[in-house]
Design a protein around this ligand. Structure first.
Ligand code: 5GP
Ligand code: ZN
Length: 140
């Protein structure tokens, strides 16, 4: 399903690389960003490798987009941000650093300056606590 051996997100799909997961289904996986731009920053990916929007199948694009909406709703319910930024990059010139299609869900607060990417690895315990709240909201 995800056999691109050098792709970090394929490694997460296979379970070779650890990730703090909040949702999984047949076509998609959602997990916490390792360097969050803000607390609760979540990524949604297709399980089948596609580098970007230009390459992803329509079926996987639909599946990822629907899950991104569910995650955004769960983030809204669990964390009550003032806003939610949805970001998706295509090509290094656009800021893409992992070349496996993904949608960013980034909680935003009034008056808070948030870059497109985080700069530091957040504490795993802090990320796990946020993930648990998002996962619980997904189930409610
Ligand atoms: P891009 O720059 O391609 O739009 O976004 C890639 C995102 O993946 C970045 O926000 C980065 O922090 C995140 N990321 C990179 N490597 C890993 C990893 O191994 N695990 C997790 N959970 N996130 C990662
Ligand atoms: Zn991949």
């Amino acid at each position: 399903m995800s056999d691109h051996t050098n792709c970090v997100f394929c490694g997460i799909v296979r379970g070779d690389i650890p990730a703090i997961r909040v949702h999984e289904d047949a076509a998609t996986l959602a997990f916490m960003d390792i360097r969050p731009a803000s607390p609760g920053h979540t990524l949604v990916i297709p399980k089948i490798h596609a580098p970007d929007l230009l390459a992803i199948s329509e079926a996987d694009l639909c599946a990822v987009t629907i899950v991104a909406q569910r995650i955004a709703r769960a983030v809204h319910q669990a964390l009550a941000p003032d806003g939610i930024r949805i970001m998706q990059t295509n090509g290094a010139a656009a800021g893409q650093t992992v070349f496996h299609y993904h949608v960013h869900i980034i909680p935003m607060q009034d008056g808070q300056r948030v870059g497109t990417h985080g700069h530091e690895h957040a504490q795993p315990e802090q990320i796990k606590a946020l993930a648990a709240r998002i996962a619980a909201a997904l189930k409610s």
